[in-house]
Design a binder for this molecule. Structure first.
Ligand code: G6P
Length: 488
């Protein structure tokens, strides 16, 4: 960041970092949305005051939101400005629900849900990307701001900004996987999407593998020059550096750690709240209610655990937080109904009223509530079918300052490459996941500590500031290079 001192930083994302809603009387309720992107980017923005441009949404109340242009932050922290772009219901339907979430999301995640491509969604997507480009230009105080473009909602934005602010440094981060060229190639607008992203100075993915898939897609569908050795794509006279930047979380400060209730208190409180007997072992899952997260496969594994290892019957509870998400879409509603039905079936088979084995909590939870849940758990299950990174596993590790608890982690989450001390599983293999849960439940304390200590030191070190720091350092380097070549 030092090398960019004095330069203006503008972040663009679809999701806003806070939702402001009317409470009782004159009060305003501020909530944190369930989004890996917000979890990661928010602490970075707090550290480098700038402007965050986001889609004003999520049930947010426009009148209340307009009064909160400045995000209320804890005292002593630096501030950033939040500018919302308000979309019409038609724009939101086409751009967000339609192209981004029925097209791009299933296109990029291999979760066997077919993407839907509608011409009208694509038009809305393009028009909304243009509106965000206008907002960036309106916010820019110079002709060369540093713009951080976030995620699959904005594949066209980098090139649109580049056209209007040719000297801008544009860092685009793709928070979800990038598929192989064959899978990507079914998108009717594949060339436009690649051209849009190649407006970036730097294009970041969580893993090298996703970056490689992107470069291979460019190679297949555009006439571009690729320097494989340096991961640089040259297209129509512009260069884009493609790099892996594994995203992470902000590690808790000693003060934050000291303020937390002990794991034993968290366990007691959770047990009282949900009526879980004190001799039960607890596994938790924390996700948005999304078909990519492997919640169904996880339930099947819990069921198999109880069949195969009957010693856990009457001694085991699985708590699943499932934050409602994108519920306008039929695919999401059907998924939720399916999960509820399977959970009910398992409960009928292995539980009794008030003694359910599966506790489904389909509500929004604030970060502190989730942290207490992590601390109360014996096992955390992250079984995504496909995930760019997944931050739940890193949050779980960060919450366990007692070095206890076992992480079961999908090999198809980007995080699996960084966290080999977890029990790594194939989420599609029910037997394997059931065995891993059993192994986690019987794991000796010494082994838990050893694994957790290693996991903690990786996440502590490779935290979100390192993620942002590496990207911004690379940006500063490229900026310098460009300025030097301008002078020549
Ligand atoms: C993923 C995406 C984010 C998105 C989040 C929540 O993590 O990468 O861009 O914000 O899901 O989804 P939502 O549609 O509610 O913003």
């Amino acid at each position: 960041r030092t090398q960019l001192r004095g330069d203006q930083v503008i972040v663009v994302s679809n999701r806003e970092p806070y939702l402001h809603e009317h409470g009782e009387g004159d009060t305003v309720i501020v909530r944190r949305p369930a989004s890996g992107l917000v979890t990661a980017v928010e602490p970075v923005m707090r550290a480098c005051s700038g402007t965050w441009i986001a889609h004003g949404s999520g049930g947010a109340d426009r009148e209340v939101v307009d009064r909160h242009d400045r995000v209320p932050l804890p005292p002593g922290r630096s501030d950033y400005r939040l500018r919302r772009v308000w979309l019409t219901p038609k724009e939101e339907q086409g751009y967000y629900y339609g192209f981004a979430n029925e097209g791009m999301w299933p296109l990029c995640h291999v979760a066997h849900v077919r993407p839907v491509f509608r011409e009208s969604d694509w038009e809305a997507y393009r028009a909304v990307n243009q509106r965000f480009a206008d907002a960036v230009v309106a916010e820019a105080r110079s002709d060369d701001p540093v713009v951080l473009v976030q995620d699959y909602h904005f594949a066209l934005l980098p090139a649109m900004i580049r056209r209007r602010l040719p000297r801008a440094t544009i860092l685009t981060f793709w928070h979800i996987p990038w598929p192989n060229p064959e899978s990507f190639g079914i998108c009717p607008w594949r060339e436009e999407i690649l051209q849009g992203l190649l407006g970036s100075t730097i294009l970041g993915f969580h893993t090298r593998f996703h970056g490689k898939n992107f470069i291979e897609s460019v190679d297949r569908y555009l006439e571009a020059r690729i320097e494989h050795e340096h991961s640089v794509v040259s297209y129509r006279g512009e260069e884009t550096f493609v790099e892996a930047y594994p995203i992470s979380i902000a590690w808790p400060t000693p003060e934050e750690e000291a303020a937390k209730p002990s794991p034993a208190e968290c366990r007691r409180e959770l047990g009282e709240r949900l009526g879980i007997p004190s001799d039960h072992r607890i596994a938790v899952g924390v996700d948005r209610f999304d078909y990519t997260k492997g919640i169904l496969e996880r339930l099947h594994a819990v069921e198999r655990l109880l069949e195969k290892y009957p010693q856990w019957q009457g001694r085991f509870t699985f708590v699943q937080v499932a934050a409602p998400t994108r519920a306008v879409l039929e695919e999401y509603r059907a998924f939720r109904a399916r999960i509820e039905a399977v959970a009910a079936r398992i409960n009928e088979r292995f539980g009794a009223p008030g003694k359910e084995v599966v506790r489904l909590l389909p509500q929004h939870h604030e970060p502190d509530d989730v942290d207490r849940l992590y601390r109360a758990a014996d096992v955390c299950l992250v079984t995504s079918l496909h995930d760019g990174m997944n931050l739940v596993c890193k949050e779980f590790v960060a919450s366990r300052d007692d070095e206890r608890g076992v992480l079961v982690l999908s090999r198809f989450a980007g995080a699996a490459r960084e966290l080999p001390e977890a029990l790594i599983v194939n989420p599609y293999h029910v037997e394997e996941v059931a065995d891993a849960i059993h192994r986690a439940l019987v794991m000796p304390v010494a082994e838990q500590r050893e694994r957790m200590a290693n996991l903690r030191s990786s996440v502590r070190e490779d935290n979100v500031y390192r993620w942002a720091g590496r990207m911004l350092t690379d940006a500063a380097r490229w900026r310098l290079r460009e300025r030097v070549s301008e002078r020549v």
